[in-house]
Ligand binder design. Structure first.
Ligand code: IMP
Length: 193
């Protein structure tokens, strides 16, 4: 049974969510193995970027390393912002990314979207990659204060509130991150790791 994992991210929100989802495992931040974890995300897909992050951090530790690459895909915008979700507006600010997305969606009737997450776990010489999705719609005005990123404008299918209006444990039960991690857990169990 894996008891400790290092998480290859500087995103405190993601770290918090992963800790809540993987309650039985100690999740260490990247800064516990390296002062400044920086890596160029030059992959062409969520899984390529996730693997780049995991491999980069595993150079500094023998512990298992977990990396997340995730983002929002809006179907009427050809799956934009996708892997560019965090840098969509170019300022690194969530409010600016949301503003740009709502501007681009203004004249579209189809507001369907999904969050995608590709998780990579490097454990010994094994690499496990799994994707998780949550489908929903984008609303015209941000609502709610919880979460991060595009949470205030995303209502998951089957709900009438945004991710940012949900309590953290409610979001963590159905999120793309949760779904990818469940698949990783299953693979670990199957392999008796
Ligand atoms: P990454 O750190 O390169 O994987 O970029 C992830 C970006 O995707 C974040 O900065 C957010 O803009 C967006 N994103 C990913 N997951 C979520 C989520 O759960 N809620 C809201 N936005 C998210």
């Amino acid at each position: 049974m894996v008891s400790k994992i290092v998480f290859a991210s500087n995103n405190e929100h993601k770290l918090k969510e992963v800790r809540e989802i993987l309650k039985d495992i100690e999740i260490l931040p990247a800064k516990s193995v390296i002062d400044k974890f920086e890596v160029e995300e030059n992959g062409k897909s969520f899984c390529e970027n996730s693997l780049i992050k995991a491999k980069a951090l595993s150079k500094f530790t023998d512990l298992p390393v977990l990396a997340d690459d995730s983002g929002l895909e809006v179907f009427s915008l050809n799956k934009e912002p996708g892997i560019y979700s965090s840098r969509y507006a170019g300022t690194g600010r969530d409010e600016d990314n949301i503003k740009k997305l709502l501007e681009n969606l203004k004249n579209k009737t189809d507001k369907k979207a999904r969050f995608t997450c590709c998780m990579t776990l490097i454990i010994g010489d094994k690499i496990i990659q799994k994707e998780g999705y949550v489908y929903g719609v984008i609303i015209d005005k941000p609502k709610g204060k919880n979460g991060f990123g595009y949470d205030p404008i995303f209502i998951p299918d089957g709900f009438d509130i945004t991710f940012a209006e949900m309590k953290p444990d409610e979001k963590n039960k159905l999120s793309h991150r949760k779904r990818a991690l469940e698949l990783i857990k299953k693979e670990l169990e199957n392999a008796n790791i």
